[in-house]
Design a binder for this molecule. Structure first.
Ligand SMILES: CC(C)(COP(=O)(O)OP(=O)(O)OC[C@H]1O[C@@H](n2cnc3c(N)ncnc32)[C@H](O)[C@@H]1OP(=O)(O)O)[C@@H](O)C(=O)NCCC(=O)NCCS
Length: 175
């Protein structure tokens, strides 16, 4: 069974192992906790991530962010993040959603299904009529994940495509 679960204290052991093993940066998906110790995760990373989810004491210019893990039965296989609303830097940059699937699980449709589930969650959080996404030009797998979920390319710069997906349930987007 495939399902999303928010960051939570009960699953800390598996969340720590997953975050520790995620690379520092892969295709622009960054992880400042790569290689982190168990103790550091519990006392530094976990509280910081919880504060982001609750929107408390955020650094200047940051918006609240929900951290979701994609579980396959009792194993974490991916991480999905929802930034709750756009600020100028997100509007012209990384957008609302970022995601990562662990290497052994790639190419099996989990990225596509994980984004589908994340969009359902985003519809409950994000006020904008469209979900904004950005992907590197040389990341066709991620572009496919977006297009598989109704994404359309609305622009491009020298290194990225900009993609948007209707935010179902918002402003008459009910189909
Ligand atoms: C991007 C990522 C999430 C994809 O996850 P995944 O589980 O492999 O995705 P899926 O299996 O659902 O789909 C992959 C799609 O990419 C396509 N694909 C994979 N490699 C490809 C390639 N080299 N060229 C073209 N298409 C490719 C697959 O055919 C599939 O598309 P389809 O369903 O239309 O056939 C995963 O590779 C990842 O975590 N990468 C590192 C972090 C990252 O890039 N995050 C996204 C930042 S925008």
């Amino acid at each position: 069974m495939l399902y999303l679960k928010k960051l939570n204290a009960e699953d800390m052991e598996k969340e720590w192992q997953f975050v520790r093993d995620m690379p520092e940066d892969e295709n622009g998906l960054t992880n400042s906790f790569h290689g982190i110790s168990r103790d550091d995760f519990e006392h530094r990373a976990f509280p910081a991530m919880m504060k982001f989810m609750e929107g408390k004491n955020l650094p200047e210019g940051y918006v609240p962010e929900t951290f979701l893990f994609l579980w396959k039965d009792d194993e974490i296989i991916g991480q999905f993040r929802i930034r709750h609303y756009l600020c100028e830097s997100l509007r012209t940059g990384a957008g609302h959603i970022g995601y990562f699937i662990a290497k052994p699980f790639r190419g099996k449709g989990y990225g596509t299904e994980g984004l589908r589930l994340t969009l359902e969650e985003a519809h409950r959080i994000v006020p904008e009529e469209e979900i904004y996404l950005r992907v590197n030009l040389d990341n066709p797998a991620s572009l496919h994940v977006m297009l598989n979920n109704g994404g359309r390319i609305v622009g491009q710069d020298e290194s990225h495509y900009f993609v948007r997906i209707p935010n179902q349930g918002r402003a008459g987007n009910t189909d």
